[in-house]
Design a protein around this ligand. Structure first.
Ligand SMILES: Nc1ncnc2c1ncn2[C@@H]1O[C@H](COP(=O)(O)OP(=O)(O)O)[C@@H](O)[C@H]1O
Ligand SMILES: [Mg+2]
Length: 264
């Protein structure tokens, strides 16, 4: 069964973090034991997006051999388990991306899904997540530079022995969805797994540190992401708003006070 998905792109800023955070949140809300790992160890964003920027132990320390993975797992929205990366430059320099393989074997035993938010580019920290995943999902914008970089990433994934499941086209004008889907499948040579429209609610939800699928579940982007997550989980898509367990205020407050971590 497919468990480990790397969300990659080639080009930066295509929406990898938005997609991985929201897919992870939905999979967790479906009752699937889901982990989300920020493998963008140079430009880590997941901690910021989910309000975990002060996490005392991150993937940096784990990849530097200074901490175990159990210490870098935090409670996220809807029961999602989050492994953030640190934001310091020295942490990045000390982190050895090859150690991701050991981390993976540890997490895979615990979960039904592991989503890896990959860095842009093709340096070593970018290549390891492509090679270790069961499936790579490309997040592409409908513009030439993004498509060319996604194509390069597809080829690179195959060269390192990985497998591309397909592409998610993000920031699409809904009126052009069909044309774009056909073009993308032709140019990229992979299946289009979903289309996410341009949606200003994404930016709003990011600044409130709550994933859009929780904050604005009826928004166009949330519906599109829910459709993709339902496919991944093998459940039928429903237009109804999902019952996403919101973290209780008291839990958030306690966590903020004591930086309490979930039980591993
Ligand atoms: N569908 C969308 N509609 C509007 N804004 C989006 C959409 N997807 C992503 N964004 C915005 O684009 C920026 C980059 O997204 P992000 O997920 O951080 O990209 P990446 O992780 O690939 O670098 C963010 O500011 C985000 O809010
Ligand atoms: Mg990112």
């Amino acid at each position: 069964m497919v468990k480990v998905y790397t969300i990659a792109s080639g080009k930066g800023g295509t929406g990898k973090t938005v997609v991985s955070v929201n897919l992870g949140t939905l999979l967790a809300s479906f009752g699937k034991e889901t982990y989300l790992m920020d493998a963008d160890i140079g430009m880590a964003n997941i901690g910021l997006v989910l309000g975990l920027q002060d996490a005392p132990v991150t993937l940096h320390e784990v990849l530097a051999g200074k901490a175990t993975i159990g210490d870098a797992i935090y409670e996220g929205p809807a029961g999602l388990k989050v492994i953030p990366s640190g934001i310091s430059l020295s942490g990045f320099q000390q982190a050895d991306p090859e150690r991701i393989r050991d981390v993976l074997s540890e997490i895979v035993r615990r979960c039904e899904f592991l989503l890896i938010d990959a860095p842009a580019g093709i340096s070593r920290d970018g290549i390891v997540p492509l090679a270790v995943a069961d499936e790579v999902i490309l997040v592409v914008n409908p513009e030439l530079s993004s498509i060319v970089d996604a194509l390069k990433t597809r080829i690179l994934t195959e060269v390192v022995g990985g497998h591309v499941r397909g592409a998610i086209i993000n920031r699409v004008d809904p009126e052009k969805a069909d044309v774009i889907t056909r073009k993308m499948e032709k140019v990229l040579g992979v299946k289009v797994l979903g289309i996410i429209p341009e949606d200003p609610n994404i930016r709003r939800s990011t600044s409130s540190k709550v994933p859009i699928v929780i904050k604005y579940p009826a928004s166009p982007a949330s519906k599109a992401i829910r459709r993709i997550a339902s496919d991944m989980a093998g459940i039928s898509y429903t237009e109804e708003e999902p019952v996403v367990a919101k973290e209780k205020f008291i839990d958030r407050f306690t966590k903020a006070l004591f930086k309490k971590k979930p039980k591993a």
